[in-house]
Design a protein around this ligand. Structure first.
Ligand SMILES: Nc1nc2c(ncn2[C@@H]2O[C@H](COP(=O)(O)OP(=O)(O)O)[C@@H](O)[C@H]2O)c(=O)[nH]1
Ligand SMILES: [Mg+2]
Length: 286
């Protein structure tokens, strides 16, 4: 059964002409080494540099690469949503295009999913993790926001703001539609997964600050967006979790049925059950 699951890696890229080739080559090298069937979904947002042309060249050389070209308005969250929408794998990982995430961690994630977990949350802040060149002010804000979320959602996961995580595709289907347009999608993904009580594995990861290009995350513009996503998830957890879980259970059951290849038999059983209910109803009326 090993390596039977197709892995989709969604990579948003904006003005990454100096990073994207190495990112793709680094990821592809580990996937080929481990014989993991893959699809790389590269999402460009009308980059002002040559990212678009580089993506074309990469895609021409590898049928496993899908390029998504977005129309304005751009945004990290919009790009991630477009990529998730196109991903066809059973396992989905979101990964950055600026060489900050370590391709070896992708393999760690995939192996954890193979063990049976629904999601894998990497953390840069647990024993065994490595985090290099994180700008100090950003790190300070990151730790405060994560601590607040840990208290609000009473969880041990301490890197909920990083989108480099793995999900089984049915988890994404369950939490769909996602709404965030910008970097707040990082917590929209993690919190919506968390409140639905999926089996989450936590692993230490390596992260390093970009050495080429510049960050698109401007903290002053993001506060209100993070807050709105955070409050929405918190209210949903505390007011309407029963509604969310009812749909989540249907989603999980469907995925089990699909994985077992018994959709036909289940549909047949459902038909018979409906017919029985009808007969029962008619008998009651008579
Ligand atoms: N397609 C797309 N990608 C984006 C956008 N903003 C950021 N990215 C990509 O998302 C990843 C993380 O962005 P980055 O600017 O490095 O944020 P930081 O690591 O939080 O400072 C990089 O791969 C960027 O190229 C966007 O508006 N559209
Ligand atoms: Mg970055």
């Amino acid at each position: 059964m090993k390596n039977s699951m197709k892995l989709s890696i969604v990579i948003p890229a904006y003005n990454e002409e100096g990073n994207i080739t190495s990112t793709v080559e680094g990821i592809r090298a580990v996937l080929v080494r481990e014989s993991i069937p893959y699809e790389l979904v590269l999402v460009d947002d009308n980059s002002a540099d040559a990212t678009g042309a580089v993506l074309e060249t990469l895609a021409a050389a590898d049928p496993g690469i899908v390029v998504v070209r977005r129309e304005p308005p751009r945004g990290f969250g919009r790009a991630v949503r477009s990529g998730l929408d196109r991903a066809t794998g059973e396992v989905i990982i979101i990964c950055m295009a600026d060489l900050s995430d370590d391709p070896e961690d992708i393999i760690k994630y995939y192996r954890k999913i193979e063990e049976g977990f629904d999601c894998v949350f990497g953390s840069r802040f647990i024993r065994g993790a490595r985090c290099v060149n994180y700008p100090r002010f950003k790190l300070f804000c990151n730790r405060i926001v994560n601590k607040v979320m840990q208290l609000m959602f009473w969880t041990r996961y301490n890197d909920l703001t990083n989108s480099f995580k793995a999900y089984r595709s049915y988890v994404i289907r369950d939490i769909w539609p996602l709404k965030a347009c910008h970097f707040n999608i990082t917590i929209e993904l993690s919190l919506n997964t968390l409140i639905r009580n999926y089996a989450i594995a936590e692993v230490p990861i390596s992260w390093q600050g970009r050495t080429w290009g510049s960050s698109n995350l401007h903290i002053s513009e993001m506060g209100r967006r993070y807050l709105s996503t955070l409050l929405r998830a918190w209210f949903e957890k505390n007011l309407i979790l029963d509604d969310l879980m009812a749909e989540s259970m249907v989603c999980r059951t469907r995925s089990v049925v699909r994985a077992a290849g018994i959709e036909g038999r289940v549909a047949d059983l459902e038909r018979r059950l409906a017919a029985l209910e009808e007969v029962k109803g008619a008998a009651k009326e008579a």
